[in-house]
Unconditional design. Sequence first.
Length: 327
Amino acid sequence: MLRKQSLLAIAAGLALAVASQSADAAKIKIGFLPGVVDPFYQVMQLGVEAAAKDLGVDVVTQIPPTWGVQVQTPILDSMIARGDLNYIITAPTDKDQMVGPLKAAVDAGIKVITVDTFLGDGDYVKGPVKFPISYIGSDNTEGGRIAARGLAKAIGGEGTVYINSTNPNVSSVEGREKGFKEVIEKEYPKIKVLGPDYNLDDPNKATQQTAAVLEREPKLAGVFGTNVFSAQGAGAAVVNAGLGGHVQVVAYDATKLAIELMGKGVVSLVLAQKPFDMGYMAVQFAVADAAGVTSLPRRVETGFAIIDKDNVKDPAVARFVYQVPGK
Ligand code: T6T
């Protein structure tokens, strides 16, 4: 009898503990501050919102209209000043310059999770910046290597190629450029790499820059556009010059436009990242941290779907094209 009673007491205690853990999770409020308005971060927002709904937490989202420290920092400061956030999930727009502003969040008692881009060298265990809970995003250096091999194959292993990118000192695109150049240098002695030019996340500037290179280098064989805007601008310049199919484009980021350009033979390879997963997992990490989990990985690589004309119609691949309802 006594034994039955104490078992009942333990069960009641456990139920209470579980209830209070989920009550703690329900109490947390998360700020979501991505890099810029674009289909990649809009899909990430869908992941954040889905997880918030599933886990019963509140999220406040603010998406900067343009890319950069000058725009992201005041939004971050206002999120800190609200005084009601426990976590900030963010994509730092500069790996060094956003360290101070995000450290101020930590000093105000807000924990930080970085998605898509990281601070410092991204090694939050041994590197110079250790305060974020985790980096959840692509292995962008590997993505650059994949892009290089794809472009090299598309141009038959020789010729001149050009990189159009967004900004220096941003971990994501920097990794892509590095991985791309590394593979070309080591594996393709007959390919010469030009660039990167930095378009500052402006597709029109990317178009102009690529058009200028096409003009200067009549034998240009390929272009690597390192993100949504770079690939969009590069693709437009190739189309405008009537060179679709002659100059091969590899696009980082699976926008509908990139897929359309693939259908027209302008883009030969598209790397889809997994922004939904990044957003969903970041919220899960915040909830787990709030519940007392201490062994969360400090780096999570979310992988890619690599899309070409042969698999683009396969639903298992096509589901990774960035789909934003109503857009
Ligand atoms: O490529 C993504 C993201 O990974 C990068 O950090 C910034 O540009 C995008 O948001 C695409 O526009």
